[in-house]
Write a protein that binds this ligand. Structure first.
Ligand code: SAH
Length: 347
């Protein structure tokens, strides 16, 4: 924006003023940007505009979780979710319309990939949520855990998260802005170089054989390479840890043996582990592990000294839980029902 102001023959510092108006004060009307001169305001009105995503639908869950369906240009729709907790408010932001990675247990995968969001569409989700929530419900954390794979939309995700951390904009802590990846190894290394955001990795399996099946991206970046990249990501910063997400799939990845394998994999990786109860969706082909199984799995990890939390499922009554975000309702993929469903039936 500084370069743009320069190209108009204006002082670049106006970029900082405008950034503050838009992101700190949620003002999009140039006439209300009162520290800009009248002439400049008139020029801005002629030559620029501030556009934000349109809210198409706004749903509130019984547990306080709120989900917005947002319409971007060209008719693409994405979802953004706010999850209030006692000590924090987390916004879950999408990075793509649809997703190309085709993870077997995720409903976003079923709609296929539509397109990358640009930086404005990513930061626009935070803007809309702040505006909608008002002062009473703060956003203290942002996770890029909505629709899409953030690290295959690298430049736009970095540009948007930079604004989240910027003192003139949202001023969020680097420990509270988290990019979640299915494990795009080269992009993890680049992220470390250009950004300070925190990293979460969707692991979900302890062997390449199973991970290949659940997450096709593993065929390109198998577990050993992924974990080596995680170690590089946190190297040199003792406060940093990678958050590993592990979705609990009944009879698939939730045995005692797999818990012990996970303990071995985590050796030497500064890690926190989030166990995510699987959130079902029509024709998912998987079931969530029973509560006792999840508890037992967690105990094995905790007993081995791993910080492990079982995530509470939030907002499932409005399809706002992990893996349930679809944006647009129809199913564009030709995926067959998971073979476990065909084998096990009864879902
Ligand atoms: N592509 C990124 C961002 C998506 S984050 C990633 O893979 O990390 C969304 C998280 O929810 C991921 O950990 C994903 O694996 C998980 N998830 C997907 N479908 C799910 C489902 N049905 N139930 C629970 N978690 C799911």
């Amino acid at each position: 924006m500084e370069a743009w102001f320069r190209s108009l023959g204006e002082k670049p510092f106006h970029a900082r003023q405008v950034l503050k108006w838009i992101h700190r004060h949620q003002v999009t009307d140039f006439d209300r940007m009162t520290d800009l001169g009248k002439g400049l305001r008139a020029r801005l009105k002629e030559q620029a505009g501030v556009r934000v995503p349109a809210v198409v639908c706004d749903q509130l869950s019984a547990d306080g979780t709120r989900k917005w369906l947002l319409e971007l240009c060209c008719g693409n729709r994405i979802e953004t979710v706010y999850i209030p907790e006692a000590d924090r408010g987390t916004l879950c932001v999408s990075s793509q319309a649809g997703c190309s990675l085709d993870c077997a247990f995720c409903s976003t995968a079923r709609q296929g990939f539509n397109r990358n969001l640009d930086a404005a569409e990513i930061i626009g989700q935070l803007w809309v949520a702040m505006k909608e929530l008002g002062d009473g419900q703060p956003i203290t954390n942002v996770v890029l855990m909505g629709m899409g794979e953030p690290l295959t939309n690298f430049d736009n995700v970095v540009a948007a998260t930079d604004i989240m951390l910027d003192d003139l904009a949202y001023c969020l802590s680097k420990y509270r802005v988290t990019v979640s990846t299915a494990g795009i190894v080269p992009a993890m290394d680049r992220l470390r170089e250009v950004s300070e955001v925190s990293l979460a990795v969707s692991l979900h399996a302890t062997t390449d054989e199973l991970r290949d099946e659940l997450m096709p991206v593993n065929r390109k970046y198998p577990i050993a390479e992924l974990l080596a990249a995680c170690k590089r990501f946190v190297a040199g910063d003792r406060r940093r840890r990678v958050t590993f997400e592990y979705v609990m799939l009944d009879g698939v990845n939730d045995s005692d043996r797999q818990a012990r394998q996970l303990v071995r994999l985590m050796q030497g990786v500064p890690a926190k582990i989030n166990l995510i109860p699987f959130n079902p969706f029509p024709s998912a082909g998987y079931r969530c592990s029973p509560r006792e199984r999840i508890d037992r799995f967690r105990e094995i990890l905790s007993a081995a000294g791993l910080t492990t939390v079982t995530r509470k499922t939030r907002g499932s009554d409005i399809d706002a839980a992990c893996g349930q975000l679809v944006g647009r309702v129809h199913d564009r993929s030709r995926r067959q029902p998971g073979r476990r469903m065909l084998a096990g039936g009864g879902l």
